[in-house]
Design a protein around this ligand. Structure first.
Ligand SMILES: Cc1ncc(COP(=O)(O)O)c(C=O)c1O
Length: 340
C-alpha cells in the first residue's frame, strides 16, 4: 500500500484491498462474497444501465482515540437503503445482511481506516443495481449489492470553515411527487447541471427550493439544511428531501442541549432571521454556511464573521465526539468493529 497523506485527503476514491458483494437471483439473496476486483461484469442490457435502477448509501467508520473503529448508525442506513430500493421497485436488502456486509468490508480494509486525529474517516459506499438483461421498462428480477470503502477527508474544500452557496429557482433536483426521499442515482444525475453551474460561479453547491412552489427551503446540494435562531434548531420538513441520518442525529443532540427543534416548511424570507445556518450530512458532517446568494434576484444573505457559529460548533463537537468515542454514546449510535 502506498503511503497515504491522511491529513490532506480529499473526498474521493482511493483503491482499497477488498469489496463485498451479494446477489439476489432466483428469488433469494446469496452468500456475502469477498472480491479484490474493482470491476463489475455486467450484461449490456442490464436494467440499471437503461432504466436507472440504482440506489446507494453513504456511511462512515472512524478510528477513535482508544484505537477502536466505530461505525455510525448503520441500522439507519440499512433502513434507508431498503426504502430507496422499494421506491424504485428493487428488492430490498435485509438489514442483517447489510450490517454484516458493513462489518466485513470495514474489517477487510482495516489498514485504510484513517488514524485518530487526522480528521479523516473511512467512507462506506453500498450500492444496489438491477442486473437482469432486458429491453422494456419494467423492474429487474435480479439484483447485485456491492459495498466498497475509501478513506476520505472533508467534503467541502473549506472543511469546517464557512462555505458559500447559491440559490436559484431555475433548477430542480427532483419532482414534487418524485423520488427526492430516496437515495438513487437518478436524483444526482438530475442535479449535476445545477451543481456545475454553482461551481463555475464560485459556490460550493446549489441550494434548492421546494420543487412545487419555490417558496420553501429544501436542500443544500447533497446535504440537509438547518438554521439556528435563539434557542431553536430549524430544519425543513419536505417530502422532496433525503431524510438525513446526520440531521436526525443533530436534532436529537440539539434537544439534549435543551434546544427546541422545529421541523417544518421554512419560507425563503426566513433566511434573513437566522443567526447561524449550515449544511449537514455524512459527507458534509456539519458545514457552516457563511453566505447564501440568490442568483435570480441578486439578494445575498450573510452569516457570522467568517468563523463557524457558536451553536454549530457545539453540535459539531458533540457529533464528532460520539463518532470518535470521546463523548458517551448515550443513544446507542455507534457499533465497534471488534478485533481490528
Ligand atoms: C441529497 C442528500 N441530502 C442529504 C444527505 C445527508 O444524509 P445523511 O446525513 O444520511 O448522509 C445526503 C447524503 O447522504 C444527500 O445525498
Amino acid at each position: 500500500m502506498e503511503a497515504i497523506d491522511w491529513k490532506n485527503l480529499p473526498f474521493g476514491y482511493i483503491k482499497t484491498n477488498y469489496n463485498v458483494r451479494c446477489t439476489f437471483s432466483d428469488g433469494k439473496w446469496g452468500p456475502i462474497e469477498v472480491s479484490d476486483s474493482e470491476y463489475i461484469p455486467m450484461h449490456m442490457a442490464a436494467a440499471c444501465l437503461h432504466y436507472g435502477q440504482e440506489a446507494f448509501e453513504g456511511l462512515k467508520a472512524f478510528r477513535g482515540a482508544d484505537g477502536k473503529v466505530r461505525v455510525f448508525r448503520m441500522d439507519e442506513n440499512a433502513a434507508r437503503f431498503r426504502s430507496s430500493a422499494e421506491g424504485i421497485m428493487m428488492e430490498p436488502l435485509p438489514t442483517d445482511i447489510f450490517c454484516e456486509m458493513v462489518r466485513k468490508v470495514v474489517a477487510l480494509n482495516a489498514e485504510f481506516v484513517p488514524p485518530y486525529g487526522t480528521g479523516a474517516s473511512l467512507y462506506i459506499r453500498p450500492l444496489e443495481i438491477g442486473i437482469s438483461p432486458q429491453v422494456g421498462v419494467k423492474p429487474s428480477k435480479d439484483y447485485l449489492v456491492v459495498m466498497f470503502v475509501t478513506p476520505v477527508g472533508p467534503y467541502f474544500k473549506t472543511g469546517f470553515a464557512p462555505t458559500k452557496v447559491c440559490m436559484s429557482r431555475n433548477y430542480d433536483r427532483v419532482a414534487p411527487l418524485g423520488t427526492g426521499a430516496f437515495k438513487i442515482g437518478g436524483n444526482y444525475a438530475a442535479s449535476l447541471k445545477a451543481g456545475e453551474l454553482a461551481h463555475d460561479l464560485g459556490y460550493s453547491v446549489m441550494f434548492y427550493l421546494d420543487p412545487k412552489e419555490k417558496k420553501y427551503l429544501d436542500e443544500c446540494g447533497a446535504a440537509n439544511f438547518f438554521g439556528i435562531r435563539g434557542n431553536s434548531y430549524i430544519t425543513p420538513d419536505s417530502s422532496s428531501i433525503l431524510p438525513s441520518i446526520t440531521n436526525k442525529s443533530i436534532c436529537q443532540l440539539a434537544e439534549d442541549l435543551g434546544m427546541t427543534v422545529e421541523r417544518r416548511h421554512i419560507p425563503v424570507e426566513e433566511l434573513e432571521t437566522f443567526e447561524e445556518v449550515g449544511a449537514c450530512g455524512t459527507a458534509a458532517v456539519i458545514s457552516p454556511v457563511g453566505e447564501i446568494d440568490d442568483i435570480d434576484t441578486g439578494r445575498s444573505y450573510k452569516y457570522g464573521d467568517g468563523n463557524p457559529g457558536k451553536i454549530s460548533t457545539l453540535l459539531y463537537n458533540k457529533l464528532r465526539g460520539i463518532q470518535l468515542g470521546e463523548e458517551p454514546d448515550t443513544h446507542g449510535w455507534v457499533e465497534i468493529i471488534e478485533d481490528i
